[in-house]
Design a protein around this ligand. Structure first.
Ligand SMILES: C[S@@+](CC[C@H](N)C(=O)[O-])C[C@H]1O[C@@H](n2cnc3c(N)ncnc32)[C@H](O)[C@@H]1O
Length: 467
């Protein structure tokens, strides 16, 4: 373990983790389960190789099976006699990208055809993770019960995790940060996409040994940070040479994550602010993000003018990024099943934000407008101004911005919001106290004046409750 420049715990893997003792137990059990006595006569060579694989996995030196074991294309190289054909044993097979695995042995059945030409042609072999226990088995192995307070819902289906990772685009030789990798389903898909480096930021210590196992299976590629993504300093996460100008194509850096629901919204707002200020993960340029959200939040992020879900999030995200609602993952796909469905959203920061004003100003205007989402939009605009000049200034703003005050907030287009923000900015420049004006604070003070005792009492009770 060594200290990361982020003051989080970055883990460097040297010795096998104590938990690998239980992994050894696991592999022993697997070996016994699939021993020659329970399967149709395997070749002694295959059995010996199976032993070697299991032992080397424990030592953290798992590699692809030797080509000699793939001499019978399409046939399981392990101790079971299942076939890739239509015949017996088909139920044990499953596919990950172009690879066929035997479920029972966790063994790749990649036929020799796929193995040789690459080497023969002198090309660098594409990276593939060696056979590993399934994500489900990792969960059992390390007793990783999902914790509700961390909104933990795991994805075990590798076809789904592959599909999420494909939304990020081409990841060959990319630098990727995965947030909240948990038991590592998405992590495997990212590694199989041929990334150069993968940074994992995980808050829950219990997942670290399972992630170490993945790290050992992809030597030199994985960096594990035990920390909180909300405070992790992303501006130091990747090498400096990857930096691109904002106007250039996005850098080869991606953020991917199946985020906990209670973290995803504050995190995306933080990252949108980082996009606007070109700091955090965006010091490298227009870093792309592929993240999951509760389906309704994803709909808000991508809602168009007039849409039922049009909200503050729609304007804040779409004025800074191209936002794409990629696909929905039904709740049943997760373990344990959440009460809601989940959607995958892809963000690419825009070269020119649609509203060229400071993040805080845009947020203040947009938040005020949507404060009364069922009323005319002028009702929300009013709260940008102190009471004594409210009506006059609201009228002035609506007129100068050329916005019909009887439109509802959801009917306002991006250019309406741009005009409102630009005009409000001019008014703030003319009156330096205006931006600091806070409607809620004014309300509170008015109430305090009206009934000082009850307000003081109320505040005291709130304070006590906080303690
Ligand atoms: C919904 S689970 C997803 C796990 C895994 N990515 C998957 O798809 O199966 C969310 C993960 O994020 C982690 N997490 C929660 N809050 C976090 C935070 N603030 N920073 C980093 N990781 C966090 C949880 O411990 C958990 O592993």
């Amino acid at each position: 373990m060594h200290a990361d420049n982020n003051a989080h715990t970055a883990l460097k893997i040297t010795d096998p983790d104590p938990n690998l003792k239980s992994f050894r137990r696991y592999t022993e059990q697997t070996r016994l389960k699939h021993s020659p006595t329970t399967h149709n006569s395997p070749s002694p060579l295959a059995h010996a190789h199976s032993e070697h694989l299991l032992n080397s996995a424990v030592a953290g030196r798992m590699r692809n099976p030797a080509p000699s074991l793939h001499r019978q294309p399409g046939r399981c190289a392990g101790t079971c006699a299942c076939r890739t054909g239509r015949r017996a044993g088909r139920r044990f097979l499953f596919r990950v990208s172009s690879r066929v695995y035997c479920k029972k042995l966790q063994r790749c059945l990649r036929p020799v055809r796929e193995f040789r030409p690459m080497a023969a042609a002198g090309k660098a072999a594409a990276f593939h993770l060696p056979p590993l226990p399934t994500v489900g088995e990792i969960i059992k192995l390390f007793s990783l019960r999902a914790q509700k307070e961390l909104s933990q819902n795991f994805l075990l289906d590798l076809r789904l995790t592959d599909k999420i990772v494909r939304q990020a685009g081409k990841l060959k030789n990319a630098y990727v940060c995965e947030v909240g990798p948990g038991p590592g389903g998405i992590t495997r898909s990212i590694l199989n996409a041929g990334v150069q480096q993968l940074l994992l930021v995980e808050k829950d210590t219990r997942f670290i040994p399972g992630l170490q196992m993945l790290s050992e299976a992809a030597p030199g590629k994985v960096r594990i940070v035990h920390g909180d993504i909300l405070t992790y300093k992303m501006e130091r996460a990747f090498p400096n040479h990857l930096k691109k100008n904002w106007e250039d194509e996005p850098p080869n850096i991606h953020i991917i994550g199946n985020l906990p629901f209670n973290v995803s919204t504050p995190l995306i707002i933080k990252w949108l602010e980082n996009v606007s200020k070109r700091d955090g993960p965006f010091v490298y340029g227009r870093t792309q993000m592929t993240l999951t959200f509760q389906k309704e939040v994803a709909e808000r992020l991508t809602a168009n003018t007039g849409g039922k879900q049009r909200s503050r999030l729609s304007i804040m995200s779409q004025h800074l990024c191209t936002v794409e609602n990629c696909f929905v993952i039904p709740g049943q796909a997760f373990v344990p099943k959440p009460d809601v469905d989940v959607a995958v959203v892809h963000f690419t920061p825009l070269v020119q934000p649609k509203i060229q004003q400071p993040f805080e100003l845009v947020e203040k205007v947009v938040q005020s407008v949507f404060q009364f989402r069922r009323k005319y939009c002028c009702r929300g605009v009013e709260i940008l101004f102190p009471e004594r000049e409210r009506l006059k200034k609201t009228e002035q703003l609506m007129m100068a911005a050329d916005v019909d005050p009887t439109l509802r907030p959801v009917q306002l287009t991006m250019s309406h919001f741009r005009n409102l923000c630009n005009t409000y900015r001019k008014m703030c420049d003319e009156d330096p106290n205006l931006f600091a004006y806070n409607y809620r604070e004014e309300l509170r003070q008015k109430k305090r004046k009206r009934s000082p005792e009850s307000t003081d009492q109320l505040e005291k009770t709130v304070e006590e409750n906080h303690l």
